[in-house]
Each structure stands twice: as structure tokens, then as C-alpha cells.
Design a protein around this ligand. Structure first.
Ligand SMILES: O=C(CO)COP(=O)(O)O
Length: 263
């Protein structure tokens, strides 16, 4: 984590929690963080519930003036029309979403999402004023061959094709090695730093150094309260995209409070 970038802790709930459970978790998370006097300006906290819980989360956040932010896990390329089952970025913006995940490895894998499609999704997100959390990462086979940097940079370059600098500056990138997702096998802080710093260099090449320095790069894959501080100590890691450990209020709050654990 370098000075000048605000750390971001985002909880990707994946396909977990109905809207009632979501309300409960958000309330508990908010109480826990408030009790700890969490400074939301110093570490941003974001939840990414399923679509069906977004309206409930919006009501809670707006009604009770909560400081945490929220977003969705995916969006459609198109803005409206005959696309049964798809969700427009326009609807997400109307629900007060700040962020939207684009290109999670589970969608790349289970829904065959290509870099070309993800590039269109990044553009759709920006069209509606949403900040994409663009995911990238290599599988175990690629890691075994030692080609993780090359693989991830190719994803980033393709996914950001024709994205102008003023938009790129606001994007969030999440490096999530697939072999570390939900496996308990966390990448070492050095593994995370290797790829995150390469991503930043690529961003400087695609745009300029100032843009690259402004972009937040998260690490994701088996992040827990016990390992987050070591990962956050790395220069180019600006936060975490957390799956399993974000489903428990106290654990996710402890992740957001990683600095207090470090003292
Ligand atoms: O995929 C992830 C977040 O998007 C990581 O999931 P886990 O934290 O459960 O490994």
C-alpha cells in the first residue's frame, strides 16, 4: 500500500445470502465497524451482494446513512431490451451502486466470458457512472509454467481496450489467482506483489505513471483477518476482494481494520 491511494476492502458475497440475510449482515457489519470507530475515509468498505439484495441494502444504507458502499457482481453489456435474465448498468446506478464487478474468474469460467465481452462490460459500467472492479488472474496450470504475469497483463490490456484515461484513472483492478480462490491457499505477499506491480507498470505503459499511481489494485484469494496485514504491507496492493470471509461481519470488519491488528 503506497501513500496517496485509499485502501479498499470489498466483500464479494457471490451467490450467498437472500435479501433478509443481507440486511442482517450489513447492519451487523456497520455496528461492528462503528463500535471500533472505523474511519471509512481511511479504509473504504464495500459489499457486493447478489442482485436480489441490492434494493434492501440501498434502503438500509440510504435510510440509516451508513458509510459503507455497495455494488453488484456483474452487469449486462446492453442498456435495455430483449435480454432475458440480464441486468442493465442503468438499473444498478438507479439502485445507488458505486461499484460493479467485471470479469470474475467464476464468470469467465462458468459463463465463458471472453476479454472482448468484458471490455464491452467495462464500457457499459462507465456509461452508467459505475466503477468497474475488473478481475484478472491465472489458473494453476499457468502459474506452474511461471507465465502468470504474461497471462494477467494480456487480460488487462484486452479488457481496457479503448478505455480513455479519465475513466481508467477511477477503475479498480482485482488480481485473483484462481488457485487461491476458496481453497484456503493464499498467495504469498511476494506472489501478490509480483503481479500487482506488473499490472501497475502495464497501466503506466497504456496510460501514464500518474494514472497508474491513481488506480487501486486489490488482491483476492483466501484473504482472512490473519493474513491481510502482510499482503497489505506490499507496495502495490491497495486492498482486498474477499469472498468467504466477507460473509461474517466480525471477520470482514477485522479485515477492514487490518491496520489496527498491525499495531
Ligand atoms: O473470489 C474471491 C473474491 O472475489 C475470493 O474468494 P475467497 O476469499 O473465498 O477465496
Amino acid at each position: 500500500m503506497a501513500a496517496g491511494r485509499t485502501p479498499l476492502m470489498a466483500g464479494n458475497w457471490k451467490m450467498n445470502l437472500d435479501h433478509l440475510q443481507a440486511t442482517h449482515l450489513v447492519q451487523k457489519l456497520d455496528w461492528t465497524l462503528r463500535d471500533a470507530k472505523h474511519d471509512f475515509g481511511a479504509v473504504e468498505v464495500v459489499v457486493l451482494p447478489p442482485f436480489t439484495a441490492l434494493r434492501s441494502v440501498q434502503t438500509l444504507v440510504e435510510g440509516d446513512k451508513l458509510s459503507l458502499k455497495y455494488g453488484a457482481q456483474d452487469l449486462a453489456v446492453q442498456d435495455s431490451g430483449a435480454y432475458t435474465g440480464d441486468i442493465s448498468g442503468a438499473f444498478l446506478a438507479k439502485l445507488g451502486c458505486t461499484y460493479v464487478v467485471v470479469g470474475h474468474s467464476e464468470r469467465r469460467e462458468h459463463h465463458g466470458e471472453s476479454d472482448e465481452l468484458l471490455n464491452a462490460k467495462v464500457k457499459a459500467a462507465f456509461r452508467h457512472g459505475l466503477i468497474p472492479i475488473l478481475c484478472c488472474g491465472e489458473g494453476l496450470d499457468v502459474r506452474k509454467e511461471g507465465k502468470q504475469v504474461e497471462h494477467v497483463l494480456a487480460q488487462i490490456e484486452a479488457d481496457l481496450k479503448d478505455i480513455p484515461q479519465d475513466q481508467a484513472k477511477t477503475i479498480v483492478i482485482a488480481y485473483e489467482p484462481i488457485w487461491a480462490i476458496g481453497t484456503g491457499e493464499v498467495a504469498t505477499p511476494e506472489d501478490a506483489q509480483e503481479v500487482c506491480s506488473a499490472i501497475r507498470e502495464k497501466l503506466a505503459e497504456l496510460y501514464d505513471q500518474e494514472t497508474a499511481d491513481a488506480i487501486r489494485i486489490l488482491y483476492g484469494g483466501s484473504v482472512k483477518s490473519g493474513n491481510v496485514a502482510a499482503i497489505m504491507a506490499k507496495e502495490d496492493v491497495d486492498g482486498a476482494l474477499v469472498g468467504g470471509a466477507s460473509l461474517e461481519a466480525e471477520e470482514f470488519a477485522a479485515i477492514a481494520r487490518y491496520q489496527s491488528h498491525n499495531k
